[in-house]
Ligand binder design. Structure first.
Ligand code: ZN
Length: 295
């Protein structure tokens, strides 16, 4: 029987898939050496086989990349959440619990050379001292950390290292009560002085809310210009993160007896909050694009 081109063409698919028997393979290769028609047919079949292979792998690779991206994003997202909760947790367990004055928490001693030494007992986690000329006011606090995790050592400080005059020392509480004279003489007896909390965090909060509104306004103005919008979005999220961070650390009050400590907590918490917002917006945008494509 003569091997016709038709027979070869019938066998070519098997040959391409490597499914042809040894005899068929030899037959095909022998024929192709002499027949350009079948050779061209084989080449075109090879090409045809390659094209769909490519387009099939493309979407798969895309899905693979998307899965990897989602995975990385989930890991980063979780890490940031954990960081935010860790900062909040630390802020909570080290938050000052102001102590009412008692001789059990501290003692004051004046020496002949004029130095005044204050000794804080173990219950005291931290203290704050303000100086107004020759008058001083101080307060002390405990914290959950100090109570249950690690007690402070008893420690002494020299109130006036340069030998400045110390006329009076007051102890102030954070409940609005009058300051208590705990050392020296009262410069104005019956004056009833009170140490007020600082309001600076309140001003910062108002400022950050104003900046949020202002940048939000610009954001809506330039929402049609994608490049400017992308930049403004990042600007907008900064004061917004500050405001959110403030509420987490301080609640809805701007009043603080330990403004510096609170401010460091707020600034620290901004980092994970800002990053979470950036990722959140990116995920939301992609979700919206995907939904549009499906429709
Ligand atoms: Zn042929």
């Amino acid at each position: 029987m003569k091997v016709t081109c038709d027979v070869i063409k019938d066998l070519l698919p098997l040959y391409l898939e490597d499914l042809a028997s040894e005899d068929s393979r030899k037959l095909i290769e022998g024929h192709i050496e002499t027949c350009t028609n079948c050779k061209v047919e084989l080449e075109s079949m090879k090409e045809f086989k390659e094209i769909p292979m490519d387009t099939n792998i493309g979407p798969l690779k895309k899905i693979e990349r998307k899965l990897l991206r989602d995975k990385v994003q989930t890991i980063v997202f979780t890490g940031l959440l954990v960081l935010a909760f860790a900062i909040l947790g630390m802020a909570y367990i080290t938050a000052p619990e102001y102590l009412p004055y008692s001789e059990d928490i501290m003692s004051i001693k004046g020496y002949e050379d004029g130095k005044v030494i204050i000794t804080f007992r173990e219950e005291v986690a931290g203290y704050d001292i303000n100086r107004y000329g020759d008058s001083y006011s101080l307060t002390a606090w405990s914290s959950l950390w100090n109570k249950y995790i690690q007690k402070n050592d008893k420690r002494s400080i020299v109130l006036n290292p340069e030998g400045e005059e110390v006329k009076s020392i007051y102890y102030y509480t954070t409940d609005g009560e009058e300051d208590i004279l705990i050392y020296g003489i009262d410069p104005n007896p019956g004056g009833g002085q009170r140490t007020l909390p600082r309001l600076v965090l309140g001003y910062y909060l108002i400022l950050s809310i104003l900046l949020t509104v202002l940048s939000g306004f610009f954001l809506s103005m330039f929402r049609k210009n994608e490049r400017i919008r992308n930049i403004l979005e990042k600007v907008f999220l900064l004061p917004l993160s500050y405001s959110i961070s403030h509420v987490f650390i301080k609640g809805f009050t701007g009043v603080s007896y330990s403004a510096q400590r609170d401010l460091s907590g707020i600034l620290l918490l901004i980092i994970p909050i800002y990053s979470l917002l950036i990722i959140g917006i990116r995920v939301y945008k992609r979700y919206r694009v995907n939904r549009k494509q499906k429709i």
